[in-house]
Design a protein around this ligand. Structure first.
Ligand SMILES: Nc1ncnc2c1ncn2[C@@H]1O[C@H](COP(=O)(O)OP(=O)(O)OP(=O)(O)O)[C@@H](O)[C@H]1O
Ligand SMILES: [Mg+2]
Length: 291
């Protein structure tokens, strides 16, 4: 093993959440998990890492969609994940959000939250927001109402829509409107928005919940170039305040926002680095040429 590889492996071992906190491991688990209270937005990022995926495997009928996947996301970073069709990118997001349970491996949100023991709802409440490719806004409601609805975590209270919102909630809606650039469309019905604007509205709806980690799957599919530029700006602005993981096929777009890029292939990490590093990586080139 090369000295650098060895040093990196050592560093990984030291960074491993379970190694760092071995001595509290047994005491940690009883306090959370299915059926336990999750405090919204409170995640322990004292080690600078918000997401730990370690040695995760997921099989579908014997086919390994994820194969010993290990990946760490820093608090506040903007990470791009690329990889050919079927590489496991969406499955990885399914594991993070609790939609799919890993066969092996561990998934932790910050130092203490074991995602494999939490329900999908608890994971969302804890601060992981996910944007699917197809926008799921409420077409017959205005932009404002969509944001208002998104604020109400308990969907049973919807009939109270617009009855009264607090000044703080109004401020929050204004802040999100500004972030997603839809101030001029606040009273417009969502159905009338362009495809790109609907995508931003959906990101806005996620922001109403103050997620700490935002997962975005193929955000610019079907967008015009101008919309893509605005989306690049939006996601770049969100980083720092939030940790953002973006899965995207459009390489020009990825290049425009990329800091660190992870390449997935056959369910594991093939390469990681700057856009230039991964694009010049011989294995990455072969995988993409072979597509
Ligand atoms: N629920 C499922 N049942 C069976 N196979 C599945 C299921 N979900 C995913 N797969 C398979 O797992 C592999 C990984 O799929 P995944 O959707 O994670 O890839 P991806 O990287 O998101 O691809 P794309 O770029 O096309 O979106 C694929 O071969 C897919 O067919
Ligand atoms: Mg996918």
């Amino acid at each position: 093993m090369k000295p650098l590889d060895h040093a990196l492996q050592n560093l990984r071992q030291t960074m491993r959440r379970d190694r760092v906190f071995d001595f509290v491991a047994e005491h940690r688990f009883p306090f959370q998990g299915l059926g336990h209270t999750v405090v919204p937005g409170v995640v322990d990022i004292s080690h600078g890492t918000i997401l730990y995926l370690e040695n995760i495997s997921v099989s579908f009928d014997g086919f390994k969609a994820l194969n010993d996947l290990t990946l760490y996301i820093d608090a506040g970073e903007l990470r791009c994940i690329i990889g050919p069709n079927g590489a496991g990118k969406t499955t990885m997001m399914d594991v993070i959000t609790g939609k799919t349970r890993p066969d092996t491996g561990s998934a932790f949100f910050g130092q203490t939250m074991d995602l494999s023991r939490m329900s999908e709802t608890d994971i969302a409440t804890a601060g992981i927001g996910r944007k699917f490719q197809k926008p799921t806004v409420f077409p017959f409601h205005s932009v404002f109402e969509n944001l208002e609805l998104a604020m109400q975590a308990d969907r049973r209270v919807w009939p109270s829509l617009a009855a009264h919102i607090t000044a703080a909630q109004r401020l929050k809606i204004d802040e999100v409107l500004e972030t997603i650039g839809l101030q001029m469309h606040v009273r417009e019905r969502a159905a009338l928005l362009s495809h790109g604007q609907k995508q931003w509205l959906e990101i806005g709806m996620l922001l109403m919940q103050d997620p700490r980690l935002l997962l975005v799957d193929e955000p610019v599919a079907g967008m015009t170039h101008q919309e893509m530029d605005q989306t690049a700006q939006l996601l770049t602005d969100l980083a720092g305040k939030h940790s953002v993981v973006v899965v995207e096929h459009d390489m020009d777009f990825v290049r425009s926002i990329a800091r660190k890029v992870t390449v997935l292939h056959e369910g594991s990490v093939l390469a990681e680095g700057t856009m230039d590093e991964v694009q010049n990586n011989q294995q990455v080139i072969e995988v993409y040429l072979g597509e």
